[in-house]
Design a protein around this ligand. Structure first.
Ligand code: RP5
Length: 163
């Protein structure tokens, strides 16, 4: 990977239908001032696209890949097998099993090929963005500052007494 302050995050998802969840990832990265791109890449419907994306990612200044997938969600693991860029997986809430299928498919990677797994659905999409921003912020003090501010505001927003 190139040593550079301007690494971007690549957000990929298995289907257009995943975008209603993954757009939250985009929203947070935008707030944190992190550069990102979005793509639809399916491990089973567009395997060639997936292979070409994963193999060329290191040349494109991508620092973190976030992959959202639902059902038998092999996309994050397949991408991770093809690159050394850190891959974060977001289990999409599926209709039939409420995302438990996606969660187990992404989290239960056998040893040797790691995928950082987030929570099912919107929480996972948001936390994937925060975690990716945090990884990128190791080489970027501006992003670190934005992350600190974001946490400060979150802390301030918690009331002391319930009403
Ligand atoms: C997966 O299949 C996608 O990640 C999506 O969550 C799921 C359903 O896809 P669609 O049938 O809505 O295109 O590959």
């Amino acid at each position: 990977m190139k040593k550079n302050k301007n690494l971007k995050v690549s957000i990929v998802m298995g289907s257009q239908s995943d975008y209603k969840t993954m757009r939250l990832t985009c929203k947070i990265l935008k707030k944190m001032g992190v550069k990102y791109e979005t793509k639809i890449i399916s491990a089973h419907r567009t395997p060639k696209r997936m292979y070409e994306f994963a193999r060329s990612a290191e040349k494109k200044s991508i620092g973190v890949i976030i992959a959202g997938a639902g059902g038998s969600a092999h996309l994050p693991g397949m991408i991770s097998a093809l690159t050394h860029i850190p891959v974060l997986g977001v289990p999409i809430e599926s209709k039939k099993l409420k995302g438990l299928d996606s969660l187990l498919s992404i989290a239960q990677m056998p040893k040797g090929i790691p995928v950082g797994t987030l929570a099912i659905g919107e929480d996972g999409a948001i936390n994937a963005a925060l975690l990716a921003a945090s990884i990128i912020s190791n080489n970027n003090p501006n992003i670190k500052k934005k992350l600190n501010n974001w946490r400060l505001l979150q802390t301030k927003s918690v009331k002391k007494i319930p009403r």
